[in-house]
Design a protein around this ligand. Structure first.
Ligand code: ARG
Length: 460
């Protein structure tokens, strides 16, 4: 029998019953639903709305459901529209009339909002750990590779050489912003809607602060209508998750490029790469490709939530039932992607030091340094820039690199050039010279490594 059946003469059309139902996916919220109900039952006992003995029996009954589900003896059936009805029906079945007292002063509208926030709060903590774990593996690789050089690109054209550590730490920074965003969002997720009841509050002497406190919420919603209508946190969460995926996708894309024969900056180990069923020579970067590919799901969830909410009058609307799957899938997608990328950096790839070395010594990515060299000898930058342009053209015509020019040729170009130009052209020196704050100079990168070590490895 449906809980609200007294008002209805006829049963639901069976298809509509299924259409209406959310138990298939909101059963996910079982633990949180039980936690919320236990806090609510305690509050009912404490405020004298029911007796303390009754509250204790309700709590025991709720714990028995938790155990039953764990053991597999209690399962939802077709009659259970959602997780909330599932719990209530079992409670009534087990406790008789007392079970019917649990829902006093509460509605599924404030209940579902509470469950979802409790669920997401837990997942935000998990996400923070997973984000940090990825930061740590990137940091470890950075420590190993302070003096490994990698070509730096703009427009995907060779620009200036970099410390590989500097490149990796750029992602550590992005991930830190992701963590900061989630922790901001967590503050707003951590507000309790319970006690708003259906939309207007209740005439019963409930104690909202008590339930909120029991559930570890920081505060309660000040406005009951807002409490049952607010899904901003879901939008914020999927938006911040979209940015996490953007960051992971960019990193994934670089790994895919680096693993290609054209770049060959990394080798994929057998642990995280697969072969082709047709071409025996191939080793495919499936992990970063999947991370890149999964990004669209999360963007999609953000769009679907925004669209779902935008036209809704206050307060609760059944449309909100559609908020869960996007949130659940976003959490799963982001956590999986983070874990996969972490494993990839731990055991799935090796930087090819020889190849990177070769790459930074056979191009013109030291051309800026020749201009800087002249600037240091008091030649205005624009003039120096033109001089170097001519040098590069000369080299290209003769199919040589800057380091292959003889001192006589340098002198011919400009009398300011001396023997020390050769030292200046060496990629290690090029990188070392970028000492401006935030630059790739080894000393600067070492400072950053120290900072991250304090943040990630040995926080005070
Ligand atoms: N399954 C519903 C949801 O996910 C629970 C709330 C239902 N409330 C209601 N008034 N029908 O939103």
């Amino acid at each position: 029998m449906k809980t609200w059946s007294a008002r209805f003469a006829e049963g639901l059309n069976p298809f509509i019953q299924g259409f209406n139902s959310s138990i298939d996916f909101d059963f996910f919220l079982l633990q949180e639903d039980l936690d919320g109900s236990i806090a609510h039952a305690r509050m009912l006992g404490r405020t004298g709305i029911i007796t303390v003995q009754e509250a204790t029996k309700l709590e025991d009954g709720l714990e028995a459901i938790r155990l039953g589900v764990l053991k597999g003896t209690v399962k939802p059936d077709l009659e259970d529209e959602d997780v909330h009805m599932f719990v209530e029906r079992r409670l009534i079945k087990n406790l008789g009339p007392l079970g019917k007292k649990l829902h006093t002063g509460r509605s599924r509208n404030d209940q579902v909002g509470t469950d979802l926030r409790l669920w997401l709060r837990r997942r935000l903590d998990e996400l923070d750990t997973d984000l940090k774990n990825l930061q740590v593996v990137l940091f470890n690789k950075a420590v190993e590779n302070l003096f490994t050089l990698i070509p730096g690109y703009t427009h995907l054209q060779r620009a200036q050489p970099l410390s590989l550590a500097h490149h990796l730490l750029a992602y550590v920074e992005m991930i830190q912003r992701d963590r900061d965003r989630f922790s901001e969002i967590r503050k707003r997720v951590n507000i309790c809607p319970l006690g708003a009841a259906a939309l207007a509050g209740t005439s019963l002497p409930i104690d909202r602060r008590f339930t909120a406190d029991q559930l570890g919420f920081l505060d309660v919603y000040a406005n009951s209508l807002d409490a049952v209508s607010d899904r901003d946190f879901a939008v914020e969460f999927t938006a911040a998750s979209s940015l996490v995926m953007v960051h992971l996708s960019r990193l994934a894309d670089e790994i895919i490029l680096w693993a290609s024969e054209e770049f060959a900056f990394i080798r994929l180990t057998d642990r995280c790469a697969t072969g082709s069923s047709l071409m025996p020579q191939k080793k495919n970067p499936d992990v970063p490709e999947l991370v890149r590919g999964k990004t669209g799901r999360v963007f999609g969830h953000l769009q679907s939530l925004l669209t779902m909410i935008k036209g809704l009058p206050l307060s609760y609307n059944k449309d909100f039932q559609e908020d869960k799957e996007p949130i659940f899938d976003t959490v799963k997608t982001v956590i999986d992607a983070l874990k996969a990328m972490t494993i990839l950096f731990e055991e799935g790839l090796e930087f090819s030091i020889e190849r990177l070395n070769e790459a930074v010594t056979c191009d013109f990515s030291n051309a800026t340094d020749v201009a800087d060299y002249l600037v240091a000898k008091n030649i205005p930058f624009r003039e120096a820039y033109q001089i170097v342009g001519r040098v590069v053209r000369l080299c290209l015509q003769n199919e040589i690199l800057l380091k292959d020019l003889s001192l006589a040729q340098w002198k011919e170009i400009h009398s300011a050039f001396e023997e020390d130009i050769y030292e200046r052209l060496m990629p290690q020196n090029v990188v070392a010279s970028r000492v401006s704050e935030g630059g790739t100079g080894f000393d600067r990168v070492q400072e950053q490594l120290n900072k991250w070590k304090n943040e990630l490895i040995s926080p005070n």
